[in-house]
Design a protein around this ligand. Sequence first.
Ligand SMILES: C[S@@+](CC[C@H](N)C(=O)[O-])C[C@H]1O[C@@H](n2cnc3c(N)ncnc32)[C@H](O)[C@@H]1O
Length: 330
Amino acid sequence: MASLLPRATKRLRLANTSSFVCTDCRRRAFASSIRHTQQQPTPSQHASQGEKTTHFGFATVAEEEKASKVRSVFSSVASNYDTMNDLMSLGIHRLWKDHFVRSLNPGVRTSATGPPEGQTILDIAGGTGDIAFRMLDHATTINRDSLTKVIVSDINPEMLGEGKKRFSTSPYMHAGRVSFLEANAEDLSAVPSASVDLYTVAFGIRNFTHKDKALAEAFRVLKPGGVFACLEFCPRLSNSLMNGFYKRWSFGAIPLIGQVVAGDRDSYQYLVESIERFPSQTEFAGMIKDAGFLVPGERGEDGQIEGGWEDLSLGIAAIHKGVKPAQRAL
Ligand SMILES: C[S@@+](CC[C@H](N)C(=O)[O-])C[C@H]1O[C@@H](n2cnc3c(N)ncnc32)[C@H](O)[C@@H]1O
């Protein structure tokens, strides 16, 4: 694991934590872990005052403000994003992403009818390109497919810029197998309907203002038979003891690491708060189904989806999938 973190750990060592972080900041770190358990006002409470509102972490903001607030969080974290991901997850996000991509097995296999065309993969909230790289590596090395292409799409030009930098020296860029699209996931008008084989979104959807609109756009751009796949953090672990430890770590350590390594406490405070606000696995599976996808689970007696996802690391994160139904012959 240490080999995953050389640059970041060096920076941490240089920044002697005890002298670098003021007492007040350390107190705030632990106060925030208490804060997250307290009752937060819900958007509907504010909506009664006449304004459409939504969550921004634990804050309630006007709906139209959220996208720009999220954009400024990711503009601020873009240059440190990859290092911080390794530090915050102790490198485990790499294993989750590897598993996510393997489970989707991107790339065309042999085709019985005509020459293979390669898949079109749309990686939404693709950021610095972590998923796109893995998709292309998997298609190329496992499925011997040099045709499959990935469109990396993100609302934030700075995150896309980091991705372009990473891809600039890769053979995929020169082969025209990766392209970049700046767009809000809730409005993918630049992407034609029924043009995408695989839609992926990793650690992005919890930041969207209207998740239902993004799911409707995913459904529209996918071809019949196309797959929607989402890797996202879950709001809580099913084991309450482990959940306590995990929340203590995430609310105590992550904003502190953000402050020490990236000089930006607030953005990382938002990132952990936004996880709390994301729907549970059952609720999210229901949203995917409501958007029109076929999901592997069944509705239970309470009407909620059961078992339509895969938990990772005790449910710290989960993979949800949905298939756009193939058109029926008339
Ligand atoms: C935590 S990063 C994940 C990046 C990448 N998928 C990964 O797994 O490393 C979340 C990304 O979501 C993007 N994002 C947030 N809201 C968005 C929206 N409404 N539409 C598209 N992208 C959005 C952010 O700009 C950011 O790059």
